[in-house]
Each structure stands twice: as C-alpha cells, then as structure tokens.
Design a protein around this ligand. Structure first.
Ligand code: 3PG
Length: 306
C-alpha cells in the first residue's frame, strides 16, 4: 500500500516526520514528491500510488488517468477547488479535505497583513490602529471564526455575512450578523474574504460590491484569487484612490496592481497563509489518519465527492 505525498509547496520537515509515523505505523509505504515543478513528474510519480496527499496541487483528469491504482486523495487543507471531483468519481476515487486544520494559521496571517497595511507598509509615516475599526468577515467558516476570535483581542467591532451559516450561530460568537454582502461592505472599514472558489463565487468580488466600502476601505484576501474580478477591482481602485487591497494570493494582474497602486496594494510572493509548522502538522497528520481509516475501515468521513 503506497501513499504518495505530492506537494509542489512542501510541508515543514517536522510535519513529514509525523505523517511518516502515521503511515508507516499502519504498515504502509510513504513516498515523497516535493517541488516537482513540471506536471510530468507528478504524472510519473502517481502511477503506482494507492493514496495521495496533496495541497493546492492541481489534480485533474490527466492525473487520475495516470494513477491507475489510486483509491483516495486527501487535500491537506480546506479548499478542494484544485481537484477535479467529477474525474475522481468517474475513476472511483474518494476525495477528502481536512477542514479546520490550518485555519488558525490563515487567520493569524490576516492580522499580520492588516497591521502591515494600516501602518503604511512600515514606511515610517503615521498609520492607524485596528482598535475600534469595523471588520467584516465575508463567510463565517473555520477561518472566519478564528479571524473573529483574534479581532476581539484587537478591540475591533466585528460583523459577518455567511450565506450558509445561521444568524444565531454567528451572533453566538459575539459577532454581528448582517443580511447581505452589500450590507457587510457598506458597514465595514475592512472586509476579509473567506469564501471558497466555486462557480457562484468566482469573480463575485467586483466593482459594485467593493465600491460599497466606506472611505479608506481595505479589502483583504487570504481565500482564493479566482473570487476577485480583477479588471473591475483595478477600475475601482483607479477611480477611488482611498481603497486598499492586500492579498495572500498573487493576482494575475500583479504587475499592473503594483504599477498603478503603489502604497495601497500588497501581495505575498507565494501563498503562505497555511505555511506554518503547526498547520502543516495538523493538516498532514489528519490527512494521513484519514487515509489509514479509509483503507482499513472504509471510513468516508470528510469525503467531498459524490
Ligand atoms: C486551504 O485551502 O487549505 C488553504 O488555502 C491553504 O492552501 P495551501 O495548502 O496550498 O497552502
């Protein structure tokens, strides 16, 4: 039974050691493919793998075609928009994620980026504080809840909108629930995105919505690049010199953002929200344990394809 960890963006070594303990402890074999770059390397490595642990790696029909022995793929993380679920189902492969395991890491980065932004990217000029500002959490899942918890420590006024989470569940966390995305953007000084990339959300963060932010509004994205309508955000930021955009997922139009919006735009060079030893360990061990439980007991908890 061969388990392949295929991560173009590798886990911390300490996480690999612990994944190995779980996999080898179950009597399985662990293979590692890191920083593989070219997709051909991935296609070659999956040929004899029965289980696969990945991160944002693209697992499409071509990969499933090449992985003739594959039974299960676990996305060590939350968002599984990188995996072709229909192709997985067609090949009889179970796909799972590990929800919640890396969410604190992403939430902490939100505040790292926010402090950096409101202190004018540490350029030495007077900035502002987060205390007393209105923070809008766009989607109240695992990351959104962690963002709310940390925002309380900063003394922020916290609002949230989630199309799928009941109002009471949001308010039980001491957060004000609003009735629409429009209301969230209108009310808040800062909006933090925590929506997945789906057919409905792609390009949904557009001119009309972000344009509702009050003067000096900040949009922060640690979710997915695809949810942003980049041409419309560029149009808005061109018209409104008060709007700032900070992101952990480099836009396709990164160069244009840099050139046009110096001082009000920042992107990390590589998505790093979940790049902590703790998140790697939590998500990696969860993935390994889910594989062992699936192979040994047929446990399908966290399965995301039909
Ligand atoms: C997730 O969906 O879990 C996060 O976006 C982290 O993704 P990563 O594993 O590629 O860092």
């Amino acid at each position: 039974m061969k388990v392949l960890v295929a991560t173009d963006k590798p886990f911390a070594k300490v996480a690999i050691d612990q994944i190995r303990e779980v996999i080898e402890g179950a009597g399985f074999e662990l293979a590692l493919l890191e920083k593989y770059g070219d997709k051909a390397n991935l296609l070659n490595a999956v040929t004899d793998a029965e289980a696969l642990i990945v991160r944002s790696d693209i697992i499409d029909a071509e990969v499933f075609d090449a992985a003739k022995k594959l039974k299960i793929v676990v996305r060590a993380g939350a968002g599984y928009d990188n995996i072709d679920l229909a192709a997985a189902t067609a090949h009889g492969v179970c796909v799972m994620n590990t929800p919640g395991q890396n969410s604190n890491a992403v939430a902490e980065l939100v505040f790292g980026l926010l402090v950096y932004t409101v202190r004018n990217f540490y350029n030495g000029t007077s900035g502002t504080e987060l205390k007393g500002k209105r923070l809008g959490i766009h989607a109240f899942g695992n990351v959104g809840r962690n963002v709310a918890r940390i925002a309380k420590g900063f003394g922020m006024e916290i609002y949230a909108y989630d199309a799928f989470c009941p109002k009471e569940a949001i308010e039980n966390e001491g957060v004000k629930a609003v009735g629409s995305t429009e209301e969230l953007y209108e009310k808040c000084d800062i909006v933090s995105l925590h929506i997945p990339a789906t057919a409905e959300t792609k390009n949904s963060i557009n001119y009309a919505l972000v344009g509702k932010l009050p003067k000096g509004g900040i949009l922060i994205n640690t979710a997915r690049k695809e949810v942003i309508n980049e041409p419309e955000l560029i149009k808005l930021m061109t018209e409104r010199s008060d709007i700032r955009y900070v992101t952990d997922i480099m836009p396709a139009a990164h160069q244009e953002f840099c050139e046009k919006f110096a001082g009000r735009y920042f992107s990390t060079p590589k998505k790093m929200g979940a790049q902590t030893a703790e998140a790697n360990i939590n998500a990696g061990i969860a993935a390994a344990k889910q594989i062992v439980a699936f192979i040994n007991e047929g446990c399908e908890r966290f399965k995301v394809n039909k």
